[in-house]
Design a binder for this molecule. Structure first.
Ligand code: NAD
Ligand code: MN
Length: 503
C-alpha cells in the first residue's frame, strides 16, 4: 500500500491501476514516501465526485459566511501542523526550512484566512443601474455565483502555496475542486487534503489526485464535466492546457513562466541593490516564476555592483535545507539540475562571461543531492538564450545598459511579462519606470513580496487572468445579471415589444 494515497470523494484510495511511484529528497536522494500514481480513471472518478458535490451537495448552497467559517478551520488546521508541514515541504521540494516556515506554511494559512474573509464580506449580490424603457424603471441586480467544478494543476516549486492559491479562492466562492499537484512534490497538497477532510469539508468538494500531467492533467483540462481549469506551470504546457480546454469552452486562468528584469539605476545604494538583486534571483535557487533573472544595470554603476554581487553570491551557504543555518538547498530534481547545467554551457557558448558559480559544489555533503552554485554571468546581450529563456535555476544574467531608456527597452524585450523590479533611490523616477514596464507586478526596491490582497498575474505569455485579491476571487465566480420587470401586467406598457409587434 502507498504511504500517500489519492483523496477522492472524501476518501483515501489507491490508484485504479494499483500503481505507485517514489518521491525523493533532492538534498540526498533518499526515499521519502511511496505515492499512489493516479491515472485517467482516477481523474474521472474525482471529476464525477466534484460534479455531484457541486450539483447536489451543500457546499455551493451554503452562505459565504458558512463557507468562510470552514476556511478558517482549515487555516487553523494548517497552523496546528506548521512544523510537520514545513519539514515535509522542505524535504520534498528542497527549499530551506527557513523559507518553508516563513513563506510556505505561513503563506498557505494566510491565503485560507484571506479567502475566508472574502467569502464572509465580499458582496454576493450587487445592485445594477435600472433599465428605463417604458413608464417605470425596471430594477436590475448582479448575483455572483460559483462556476462549478474547477480543475487545478500546480507546479513543483512552491507546492503548498500553489495549492492554497488554487484551493482557497475556489472553495470560498462555492466551487468544487479537483487538484493535481506536480508528481515530484505532491505530499503537502495531500496533507492539505487531510486537513480539509479533518475539518469536515463535505465529501467531493475537494479531491486531490497526484499523477502524471499526460494523463491526470490532460483529463482535468479536457473533461466536459469540468467548468474551469486553473493552471500554474510553464508557458508551453499552459498553452497545451488552453488548447485542451477549448472544445468545451472552459474558463481558463494561467500563471506561466517569466524572465523578470531587475533594473538597477545609478542613484541607488549599491549595497541594497546587490543584496536585493541576488534575493530576487537566487531565493529558492531561482525556481520562482517571478525571479528577477535579468539584472539590467546602468553602466555607471555596473562594475561596482557586479563586484558586490559576486562577493555576496559566493557567501551564500549551500547545504542541508533542513538546517536553519542553510541559505540555499538543492534544486528540485536531477532533471532541473541538467537544465541548469545545459543553460550554463549555452551561456558560455554565446559569449557571456562567467563571474562566479557555473558548477556543482564540491564536498561529500553535496554528493547525492542536486546542488548548484549561485551563478552570475556578465557581458550578457539580451538577445542571448540565457536572457530570453526561462532557466528556473540559480543563474543571473547581468546586462549593461547606457541609460534609463535602454533599460526599459531591454526590460520589455521579452515574450514574458510576469514581474519586474526597479532599484532606485528616487521613488518618483522609479514609478515612472514602473509605469512603462509591461509586467503584471512591479516592485520598487523589493522583490518576491506577494500577498493574498494583491493581484498576481502575467502580461504577454506569462499568463491569462490573475490570482489572489478580489480579482483572483472573481476568477472563480460568474456574474449573473437579473432584470426584474417594473412595468406590470399590461402588455401595452412594454415598449420593447414594439420591436416585434406593430400594435
Ligand atoms: P510544468 O508546466 O512542467 O508542469 C506544471 C504542472 O502541469 C505539473 O503538475 C505537471 O504535471 C502538469 N502537466 C504537465 N504536462 C501536462 C499536460 N500535458 N496537461 C496537463 N497538465 C500537465 O511546470 P513545472 O516544471 O512543474 O514548473 C515550472 C514552471 O512553472 C516554470 O515555467 C515557472 O515559471 C512556472 N510557474 C509559474 C508560476 C506563476 O504563478 N506564474 C508559479 C510557479 C511556477
Ligand atoms: Mn520530492
Amino acid at each position: 500500500m502507498a504511504d500517500y494515497q489519492l483523496f477522492i470523494d472524501g476518501e483515501w484510495s489507491e490508484a485504479a491501476s494499483g500503481e505507485t511511484y517514489t518521491t525523493y529528497n533532492p538534498a540526498n536522494g533518499e526515499k521519502i514516501a511511496e505515492v499512489s500514481k493516479g491515472g485517467r480513471a482516477d481523474a474521472i472518478r474525482a471529476i464525477e465526485a466534484a460534479r455531484k458535490a457541486f450539483d447536489e451537495g451543500p457546499w455551493p448552497r451554503m452562505t459565504g459566511a458558512e463557507r468562510g467559517a470552514v476556511l478558517r478551520e482549515i487555516a487553523s488546521g494548517i497552523t496546528a501542523k506548521q512544523q510537520e508541514l514545513a519539514q515535509l515541504e522542505s524535504m520534498d521540494s528542497g527549499g530551506t526550512i527557513r523559507k518553508a516556515m516563513l513563506a510556505d506554511v505561513a503563506g498557505c494559512a494566510g491565503t485560507f484566512l484571506k479567502f475566508a474573509e472574502y467569502a464572509e464580506t465580499v458582496a454576493e449580490v450587487e445592485e445594477l443601474p435600472p433599465v428605463v424603457m417604458g413608464p417605470q424603471p425596471s430594477p436590475n441586480y448582479l448575483r455572483w455565483e460559483p462556476i462549478g467544478v474547477c480543475g487545478q494543476i500546480t507546479p513543483w516549486n512552491f507546492p503548498l502555496v500553489m495549492a492554497a492559491w488554487k484551493m482557497a479562492p475556489a472553495l470560498a466562492a462555492g466551487n468544487t475542486v479537483v487538484l493535481k499537484p506536480a508528481s515530484i512534490t505532491s505530499l503537502t497538497a495531500l496533507e492539505l487534503a487531510r486537513v480539509c477532510s479533518d475539518v469536515g469539508l463535505p465529501r467531493g468538494v475537494l479531491n486531490v489526485v497526484s499523477g502524471p500531467g499526460s494523463t491526470v492533467g490532460e483529463e482535468i483540462a479536457s473533461n466536459r464535466l469540468v467548468d474551469k481549469v486553473a493552471f500554474t506551470g510553464s508557458t508551453e504546457v499552459g498553452a497545451r492546457v488552453m488548447q485542451l480546454a477549448a472544445p468545451t469552452v472552459k474558463k481558463v486562468t494561467l500563471e506561466l513562466g517569466g524572465k523578470s528584469p531587475a533594473i538597477v539605476m545609478d542613484d541607488v545604494n549599491l549595497d541594497l541593490a546587490a543584496k536585493g538583486v541576488l534575493f530576487g534571483t537566487f531565493m529558492h535557487n531561482g525556481q520562482v516564476c517571478e525571479s528577477g533573472t535579468r539584472a539590467i544595470v546602468l553602466e555607471s554603476v555596473h562594475d561596482e555592483l557586479l563586484a558586490k554581487m559576486k562577493e555576496l553570491a559566493m557567501g551564500i551557504k549551500l547545504g542541508d535545507p533542513a538546517e536553519f543555518s542553510t541559505d540555499q538547498g538543492p534544486l528540485v530534481s536531477a532533471a532541473q539540475l541538467d537544465t541548469v547545467e545545459r543553460y550554463v554551457e549555452i551561456g558560455k557558448g554565446e559569449g557571456a562571461t562567467l563571474v562566479c558559480g557555473g558548477k556543482r559544489p564540491k564536498g561529500d555533503e553535496f554528493a547525492n543531492g542536486y546542488f548548484y552554485e549561485p551563478t552570475i554571468f556578465c557581458d550578457v546581450d539580451n538577445n542571448m538564450k540565457i536572457a530570453q529563456e526561462e532557466i528556473f535555476g540559480p543563474v543571473l544574467s547581468v546586462i549593461k545598459v547606457k541609460d534609463e531608456e535602454e533599460a526599459i527597452r531591454v526590460a520589455n524585450d521579452s515574450i514574458y511579462g510576469l514581474a519586474g523590479a526597479v532599484w532606485c533611490a528616487d521613488t518618483e523616477r522609479a514609478k515612472g519606470i514602473a509605469d512603462r514596464l509591461r509586467t503584471g507586478t512591479v516592485w520598487i526596491n523589493e522583490h518576491h513580496i506577494l500577498g493574498p490582497d494583491h493581484p498576481f498575474g502575467g502580461y504577454k505569455q506569462s499568463g491569462v487572468g490573475s490570482e489572489l485579491g478580489v480579482w483572483g476571487y472573481n476568477e472563480y465566480r460568474l456574474k449573473k445579471r437579473v432584470h426584474v420587470d417594473g412595468l406590470g401586467q399590461d402588455p401595452s406598457a412594454h415598449l420593447a415589444f414594439a420591436m416585434l409587434f406593430s400594435s
